[in-house]
Write a protein that binds this ligand. Sequence first.
Ligand SMILES: Cc1ncc(COP(=O)(O)O)c(C=O)c1O
Length: 429
Amino acid sequence: MSRRGRLLTSSRPLPDFDVVGSKGSWLHLADGRRVFDGSSGLLCVNVGQGSRKVFSRIEQQFSRFSFGGAAVVQPHIQLELMDRLCRAVGRPEDSVALTTCGTLAVEVAVSLARNVTRVRDGKRRGDILTSDLSYHGMSALTLSLAGNHARRPRPEDALGLHPAFPAPYPPTHGHEGRGCDVSCADEVAVAIDSRGAENVCTVLIEPVNGTTGGAYVPPDGYLRRVSQICRERDVLVIHDEVLTGLWRTGTPLASRHWDGAEPDLCILSKGLGAGYTSVGAVLVSPDIAPLIRHEDADPLPAMGTMATHPLQAAACLGVLDELEAMDLDAFIARGERLGKSLRALAALEPVREVRGLGHLYGVEVEPGLLWPLMEEAEKRDVFFYPFTGAGHPRSEGLVVAPALTSTDEDITFLTAALFDAVTALNPHS
Ligand SMILES: Cc1ncc(COP(=O)(O)O)c(C=O)c1O
């Protein structure tokens, strides 16, 4: 068997990029080509490649000590990271659990939420409710909970779990012709009440959909209404901002696009490590954090050997340095320009819809055109993340998510290349 066949990372053939260097969003290949990464790796290289700020933080920490687990060395650098991170997302009084990836952060958030409701109510409220168009990670638990059609385990392997309510996006609803609106949130109330609120611990939700549906944005007021429904029933809300957190959608947290949508727990990952380190963080609001430390509470969930790694924290601090150095007004304007240019693609025949916010968009194309479009884009030295989402036949398209530190020239290049690629597909152009 070929060496490629033995590497078990992707079931589809990947472009054979021999990357010899990188800067920002550009990959430099051995054959002299430069290729633009239009999806920030796996939606994570948010501050671009080759950051000197990240490098110098890691170098500094490396020269001090490279490993010091929480039980071995006082984790001062984790304390610094906790403070910086909480301030960066406008939740300065939160408590923080650090893990090694997004999946484990979701697992830890679920465990912490269960600890809270158990000590608060003195009984087991175990159920975790998710939407039928969602992704929350690749562990047995998170795959079983989430509504990612392609990745759902077989029923007999799904631990008896499944998503609990329809996502508030057109292809997942039987709305008989009318668009999704805030009344979609009533489905969450129905899901909780049908199980009995006393059995439900939390609603776990992506405030803006990531790669599963291709950057769907919920109707205005939806998240606020979900929070209200949960509060009325003593159910906690966890926002999975693994993909959207730290400015991907143009705000520190995606939920900030709407008032009254602040969750009890919030999960960050991709944009925090920004591709420099593997990390997950669970932020817990001060309203419930004391319950986790209560004398009757269950022990803290285990975070794993590498969870409080000093080099991980150093890299994250470097990423926060980069984010804080951004000219926010220019960054927001660039995101709006990106959105405007991409929305103009919807006038071209192969494009069904363009949706998204900030530096995160889904460009949905007619069924069957995703892979030809990927090829056309690669011919123009740009690549994107493919999505195959909801509905019958499944919607498909590109997630467009350049680095947050992209320049005006980068955005011009990306949108022009994508316009050309789509036009090349259009038989009537
Ligand atoms: C919304 C969301 N949650 C959780 C995860 C899992 O994160 P990780 O791949 O770091 O385990 C992902 C990864 O794509 C994600 O997009």
